[in-house]
Write a protein that binds this ligand. Structure first.
Ligand code: AMP
Length: 388
C-alpha cells in the first residue's frame, strides 16, 4: 500500500512516500511563497519559484510520473498521512480527516499559531491534488494525552483549565516511535523508559508500559530542556518583571522563542559550533553545555523518581543521535540510578546497534534515530486497516 506522508510548515513542505515498509521517495520544498524557492526530491533538486504548497505537490506528481520505476504513479497513493502539531484534548489517536476534523484543527489555531495553520494548508492542498486518497491526521500531541491529570494540570484557577490551559506536550510522534523501538529491544512492554528527543527543539518523556506519563514541554513548546533558541524552564516571575519594565509582548515572544537557549548562552544554536567552542575551552560554551546537560540530568532523576525505576534511556534527534559529548555530559553522575555507559560505544553507537550502555548496566541506553515520517505512515496504515 502506498502512503504519502506530508509535514507542512508555513513556507516548507517535507514529504516521504512509502510502499509498505519501504521508503520510495523523500523530499523537501523550502521558501514556498518567496521569490526564490527550492525543491529537492531524492537526488534531484531545483531552484524554482514555488507560489504555494500546491506548486510543490505538482512537482512531486511530475517527478513520480517521470520516475515510475522508483515511485510508481501518483494515482496509486491510497492515503496521505499529515503531521498535525496540535490536537488539543480531542485527538488521542490518528483520525481520518473530514470537515469536522478540519474545523477542530482550525479551532486549535490559537494554541499552535505557527504550526496548525500550515498543517491545515497541507491538508487542503493534498485534498486537491490527491482527491482519491484518504487523508489522515497524525497529531504530535496525541501520544501525551495519556499523561494523567495530576501531571498535566497547572496549579492555577480551574477556569483556566476548563479553557484548555494545561500541559499538552509535543514531539509525541518521535517519542512514541523510539520508545516502541526500545520496548522491542527490551523484549517487553511493561518497561520504564525515558526518551530524549534532542534536536533544535528538545523534550524528554517518561514512558511507562508504552504510555507517556510525563513530558517536559507543556502548554507550548517553551518549557523543560534548554534548546537551540528557547530557554526551557524559567520562573514566570522573570516574564512579569520584563513586561513591567517596558518589554513588549512581541519582544518577549521573540526573546523566548528565538533569542534564548544555546544561542543566548554560547552564541550559536548549532550544537556543532558550541561543541567546537567547548573543545577550544571557551568559557561560555563550557558553561552552556554544562547547563544543557545538567537540565537533562535533572529530568532523568525526576522521571526515574516518578516511575519508581528505570529500564532504558533512549537518545534521538540531531543532537541525541550525533553528539557523544552531550550524551556523556548528560550521563555524568547518574551511576546511582544504575546507569553505566561505555565510552567506546558512545563514540560510535552505530557499530554497536545503537547500544551505548556498559556490559552489566542495569539501565540500557540506546541511540535510536527517530523516524517520524515512518511512524506517521505506520499509524496511517493501521488506521486504514481498522476502517476496512
Ligand atoms: P534536529 O532538530 O533533530 O534536526 O536537530 C538539529 C540539531 O542537531 C542542531 O542543533 C544541530 O547542530 C545538531 N546536530 C546535527 N549534527 C550534529 C553533530 N554531528 N554533532 C552535534 N550536533 C549535531
Amino acid at each position: 500500500m502506498k502512503i504519502l506522508v506530508l509535514n507542512a510548515g508555513s513556507s516548507s513542505l517535507k514529504f516521504e512516500l512509502f510502499d509498505g515498509d519501504k521508503s520510495r521517495l523523500k523530499g523537501l520544498a523550502q521558501r514556498i511563497g518567496e521569490e526564490r524557492g527550492h525543491i529537492r526530491i531524492n537526488d534531484w533538486e531545483k531552484e524554482i519559484r514555488l507560489q504555494d504548497h500546491g506548486d510543490a505537490l505538482k512537482l512531486l506528481i511530475e517527478y513520480m510520473h517521470a520516475h515510475p520505476e522508483t515511485a510508481g504513479s501518483a494515482e496509486e497513493i491510497r492515503a496521505v498521512g499529515h503531521r498535525v502539531v496540535h490536537g488539543g484534548s480531542d485527538f488521542v489517536r490518528p483520525v481520518v480527516i473530514d470537515e469536522r476534523v478540519k474545523a477542530k484543527i482550525r479551532e486549535l489555531f490559537s494554541l499552535a499559531p505557527l504550526h496548525n495553520p500550515a498543517n491545515l494548508t497541507g491538508i487542503e492542498t493534498a485534498e486537491k491534488y490527491f482527491p482519491r486518497a484518504v487523508q489522515v491526521a497524525v497529531f504530535d500531541t496525541a501520544f501525551h494525552q495519556s499523561i494523567p491529570e495530576e501531571e498535566h494540570r497547572y496549579a492555577i484557577p480551574e477556569k483556566y483549565y476548563r479553557e484548555g490551559i494545561r500541559q499538552y506536550g509535543f514531539h509525541g510522534i518521535s517519542h512514541q516511535y523510539v520508545s516502541r523501538e526500545a520496548m522491542k529491544r527490551l523484549g517487553r512492554k511493561d518497561a520504564k523508559i525515558i526518551t530524549l528527543h534532542l534536536g533544535n527543539g528538545a523534550s524528554m518523556t517518561a514512558v511507562r508500559d508504552g504510555k507517556s506519563i510525563a513530558t517536559t514541554m507543556g502548554f507550548g513548546p517553551l518549557s523543560g530542556l534548554i534548546m537551540g533558541t528557547r530557554s526551557g524552564d524559567i520562573d514566570p516571575s522573570v516574564l512579569l518583571y520584563l513586561l513591567d519594565h517596558g518589554m513588549s509582548h512581541t519582544e518577549l515572544a521573540r526573546m523566548l522563542n528565538k533569542e534564548s537557549g544555546m544561542k543566548a548562552l554560547a552564541g550559536s544554536n548549532d550544537m556543532r559550533d558550541v561543541e567546537a567552542a567547548y573543545e577550544r575551552g571557551e568559557a561560555r560554551a563550557v558553561l552552556a553545555l554544562r547547563m544543557y546537560a545538567g537540565r537533562i540530568r535533572k529530568y532523568i532523576g525526576a522521571y526515574t523518581a516518578l516511575m519508581n525505576g528505570l529500564d532504558a534511556l533512549v537518545f534521538t534527534a540531531g543532537i541525541g543521535e550525533h553528539s557523544p559529548l552531550v550524551r556523556a555530559l548528560a550521563l555524568e553522575n547518574t551511576d546511582y540510578l544504575g546507569i553505566e555507559w561505555d565510552k567506546r560505544k558512545n563514540e560510535d553507537p552505530a557499530s554497536h546497534e545503537g547500544a551505548i550502555h556498559a556490559d552489566g548496566s542495569r539501565v540500557k541506553i540506546w541511540v535510536i534515530p527517530t523516524r517520524e515520517e515512518w511512524e506517521i505512515a505506520l499509524q496511517t496504515q493501521k488506521l486504514l486497516h481498522e476502517h476496512v
